[in-house]
Design a protein around this ligand. Structure first.
Ligand SMILES: Cc1cc2nc3c(=O)[nH]c(=O)nc-3n(C[C@H](O)[C@H](O)[C@H](O)COP(=O)(O)OP(=O)(O)OC[C@H]3O[C@@H](n4cnc5c(N)ncnc54)[C@H](O)[C@@H]3O)c2cc1C
Ligand code: FES
Length: 272
């Protein structure tokens, strides 16, 4: 039996700088790793430690995996200092992943903020596998400023992928040479042209963003069972053993990290 605590040896093949604080690590594990969009991995930097990250790459590809990481502390600082050729470890995948079957035939609203677009990119790839399975795929994304827009190199390609796909991007405050939308990502939800009865919304970003996105979605008419939130809280074992990640009686590492808001809406301080 495989030991779930033992990481799979992995080489960093390439590193793409997405923004001044976000890099995408292109990883080659010694054996393929199958995962579903929204499942997460524990990534080890030898001699430093381990932290949870959701792959940002296409779940149809198991020989290579991309993980997009914001530099924020000890482990992510060490990751950002790595060079191609470095050795890391991967454990997983863990968690349930996004409810893709439920989205078939629906209007899918994807709402991301900052590095939150990273886990959502795996979902976007999964949806783009056959966009005709969905009524519409609407992607709304916000970052603080143009320099902090993650995966900017791909927006044109995503917008053109199919007629039923649209992407709208906003930055928080005006910036020189920016002629796109300005305002928090919630402002993109003010003028939704969506059949709400036939829609699901899936969101990932900082907890404060998730809170205000949820409030806005409820205000415009979404019901709690139609809202899925990526609850990327602190985790340790990733396997429901340590009790580090509970929200109410759910363990996010096992029952999430993408949680239907209907299940957690009664939990005090659900947004931290
Ligand atoms: C399921 C899951 C998926 C994730 N996916 C991604 C991803 O795709 N890309 C990515 O960049 N990050 C992701 N994260 C967050 C990532 O795990 C943390 O940023 C990382 O653990 C920080 O480790 P550190 O040692 O660098 O920071 P630390 O030294 O531990 O902490 C530095 C700062 O970051 C804060 N922090 C630590 N963990 C988290 C967290 N989970 N959420 C928010 N703030 C945190 C701390 O409170 C502190 O302020 C994910 C987290 C979870 C639980
Ligand atoms: S991280 Fe250990 S129980 Fe969830």
């Amino acid at each position: 039996m495989k030991n779930p605590y033992y990481p799979i040896d992995t080489v960093v093949e390439d590193i793409i700088t997405e923004t001044p604080t976000i890099k995408t690590f292109c990883l080659k594990p010694v054996r393929p790793i199958e995962f579903r969009a929204g499942q997460f991995m524990q990534l080890t930097v030898p001699g430093v430690g381990e932290a949870p990250f959701t792959p940002s790459s296409d779940p149809n590809v198991s020989e290579r995996m991309e993980i997009t990481i914001l530099k924020t502390g000890k482990i992510t600082d060490a990751l950002h200092d790595l060079k191609p050729g470095a050795a890391v470890g991967l454990r997983g995948p863990f968690g349930k992943g996004y409810p893709l079957d439920r989205l078939v035939g629906k209007e899918v609203l994807v709402v991301g903020g900052g590095v939150g677009l990273a886990p959502l990119r795996a979902l976007i790839y999964a949806l783009f596998d056959d966009p005709s399975r969905y009524e519409r795929i609407s992607i709304k994304y916000g970052a603080r400023c143009p320099e902090e827009l993650c995966f900017r190199r791909q927006y044109d390609e995503w917008s053109r992928i199919a007629p039923n796909v649209d992407l709208t991007v906003t930055i928080d405050v005006p910036a020189p040479a920016w002629d796109g939308r300005v305002g928090l990502v919630t402002t993109l939800l003010d003028d939704l042209d969506i059949n709400l009865d036939e829609s699901y919304a899936l969101s990932c970003g900082p907890e404060i963003m998730l809170k205000f996105v949820t409030l806005k979605l409820l205000e415009v008419g979404y019901k709690p069972p139609q809202i899925y939130l990526s609850m990327n809280r602190k985790m340790s074992c990733g396997m429901g053993k340590c009790g580090r990640c509970n929200v109410g009686h759910y363990y996010l590492c096992v029952d999430g990290p993408d949680m239907c808001y209907d299940k957690i809406k009664h939990v005090p301080n659900v947004f931290g």
